[in-house]
Design a protein around this ligand. Structure first.
Ligand code: ASP
Ligand code: MG
Length: 437
């Protein structure tokens, strides 16, 4: 008997029919003799629909009320799922985040979990029930509901799996695991059988939407093995754990090296290509080229609580003594960043500040990038051959990222995927559902 936490994303519970399909899977696991805790997201695009309704009333909804609104989506799906499981003759009880003992800090809309006291969940599973927990929400010290940020149900699931010492945390989605690129863009993408946490973190941080970054960080820190798979098929998905050595101790298949077909053992191991459409770019033109101005820029942005990703600075050739700084950031942070930079124009002494929302980021992720100079050559010539202009570049030990025009992103993903010989011989990538919204 194992204790299994299963998380079902919005596209797996789009309507009541899909809820019934999920209920069957949960009931099967329970009837096989396992203890099951289910974390469920809001149905389909409910969260986006709720946000749209709020913004039709006000451009800036009070954060506390917005969390009350958004948490309603998961309440609907958890209650309906409990009913559907009961219909399968398996007793099930639904719990809100608060009832499941998920304690958070007070940052509405992006709360962090500060404590887990899932007593009622423990009691329910010990009594032979399936416990259903609403994803993406908790309760703060004022007894207010808080949400964990978009995609936060993954984090709920991993936090519960860790607190309950579950054997595995299964993340159910609308594709059969993690692929070498988004199968919506590259239908010939290959399924990646096993990944370690570091690679998965890079993929998630670079925009691969299949797993919430915070959930992966949490799973790595607390050693929660993850199994990403489809709720629409019975295929084995992607196993994510620590390095192969301890994965094999858990009976997880040994790491299958994902090398390019030349089969050279020193060839870098590509884990995949991630893309991100959700970033924007801001350029400060004509900053004084003197020590201290970069510090001022990032001090102002830090005070505005803006998250910065890629940064490039270069000295302006046409205006001696001046330099430009360009950085990328989540599009939701662009308005507050522009506001802060404009408010401190005197302090920063730039000549102009420009905001460009139409950018996309592409990242190639894999071990041994830095030590394989051929990789960059292949990467950039793939983009060149596809006629794609590169705007910004950043690299690390395990990643090369470029910023390009948003309209070029899909072509770029396909070109790089092909150049690195990642295409699968058979069609593996089936997209079962979801609007990809
Ligand atoms: N329903 C929430 C969202 O769409 C949380 C989640 O699905 O993980 O962001
Ligand atoms: Mg954008």
């Amino acid at each position: 008997m194992a204790l299994i936490v299963q998380k079902y994303g919005g596209s797996s519970v789009e309507d009541t029919e899909s809820l019934q399909r999920v209920a069957k899977r949960v009931a099967q696991t329970h009837k096989a003799g396992h203890q099951v805790v289910v974390v469920v997201s809001a149905m389909g695009d409910t969260t986006d629909d709720l946000l749209d309704m709020a913004s039709s009333i006000t451009p800036e909804a009070p954060k506390r009320e917005l969390d009350i609104l958004l948490s309603a989506g998961e309440r609907i799906s958890m209650a309906l799922l409990a009913m559907a499981i009961n219909e399968q003759n398996v007793p099930a009880m639904a719990y809100t985040g608060a009832q499941a003992g998920i304690r958070t800090d007070t940052r509405y809309g992006k709360a962090s979990i500060v404590g887990m006291v899932p007593e009622r969940v423990v009691r329910a599973i010990n009594d032979g029930h399936v416990a259903i927990v609403a994803g993406f929400q908790g309760v703060n010290e004022y007894d207010d509901v808080t949400t964990l940020g978009r995609g936060g149900s993954d984090t709920t699931a991993v936090a519960l799996a860790s607190a309950l010492h579950a054997d595995v945390c299964e993340i159910y989605t609308d594709v059969d695991g993690l692929f070498t690129a988004d199968p919506r863009i590259v239908p010939t993408a290959r399924r990646v059988r096993t990944l370690d946490f570091e690679e998965t973190l890079e993929l998630a941080a670079s925009g691969a939407k299949i797993l919430h970054l915070r959930a992966v960080e949490f799973a790595r820190r607390y050693h929660v093995p993850l199994h990403v798979r489809s709720s629409f098929s019975d295929l084995d998905g992607t196993w994510i754990s620590h390095k192969p050595a301890d994965a094999s101790l858990r009976g997880i298949a040994p790491k299958e090296a994902f090398r390019s077909k030349e089969d050279n053992v020193e060839a870098p191991i590509i884990s995949g290509i991630a893309h991100d459409r959700s970033q924007d770019k801001i350029t400060l033109v004509g900053l004084p080229d003197e020590p201290g101005f970069a510090a001022r820029v990032f001090e102002v942005l830090g005070e505005a609580e803006v998250n910065i990703d890629m940064i490039v600075q270069n000295v302006a050739v046409v205006h001696p003594g001046r330099s430009n700084i360009t950085f990328t950031l989540p599009d939701a942070d662009a308005a507050p960043a522009m506001k802060a930079l404009q408010a401190r124009a005197d302090y920063l002494q730039y000549q102009e500040v420009v905001h460009n929302p139409a950018i996309g980021k592409l990242s190639l992720i894999g071990a041994g990038m830095k030590t394989s100079p051929g990789i960059s050559a292949k990467f950039f010539s793939a983009l060149y051959n596809a006629g794609i202009n590169v705007d910004m570049i950043s690299t690390s030990e395990v990643r090369i990222s470029v910023v390009i025009h948003e309209d070029d992103l899909d072509d770029a993903v396909r070109a790089v995927h092909k150049a690195f010989d990642l295409d699968s011989d058979e069609t593996e990538a089936v997209v079962y559902g979801g609007t990809g919204r």
